[in-house]
Design a protein. Structure first.
Length: 130
């Protein structure tokens, strides 16, 4: 009987430790920088994200005055690539999220979540889609 109790105790302890490790790992996993809403990528506020045809893979071509209309989806200094999301360093040294190598932006003229008024702008800006 003592042997069975001892085995049960060890199994219970092993399960408790395993559960703690799994939950701890989940707590430190960062949430993705964008979400999919209605078949398109959106930021945390639900605003549509866009890509720019003039960007090279891993490099933003929208700098200076361009960012007034097309604000980059900024990444914190400690952001790390995760899944299809990577981080690119902009010309000014700040960091921006990219999806499959394409830097992501919002459009200043989108007024509410779900607006897509920047899609097709100058035949160079497109809604980002997963």
């Amino acid at each position: 009987m003592t042997s069975i109790r001892s085995s049960i105790h060890r199994v219970s302890l092993a399960l408790t430790v395993s559960a703690t490790l799994v939950l701890g790992a989940c707590a430190v996993m960062a949430s993705p920088p964008a979400m999919t809403t209605g078949g398109m990528l959106t930021d945390a506020a639900g605003m549509t994200l866009y890509t720019f045809d003039k960007d090279a893979a891993g490099r933003s071509a929208c700098n200076g005055p361009c960012t007034k209309n097309w604000p980059p989806l900024m990444a914190p200094a400690d952001a790390k690539a995760q899944g299809d999301y990577s981080v690119v360093t902009r010309d000014d040294g700040t960091r921006q999220w990219a999806y499959k190598g394409h830097p992501l932006y919002t459009w200043a003229k989108d007024m509410k979540a779900g607006d897509t008024t920047g899609d097709g702008f100058n035949n160079a800006w497109h809604v980002a889609r997963p």
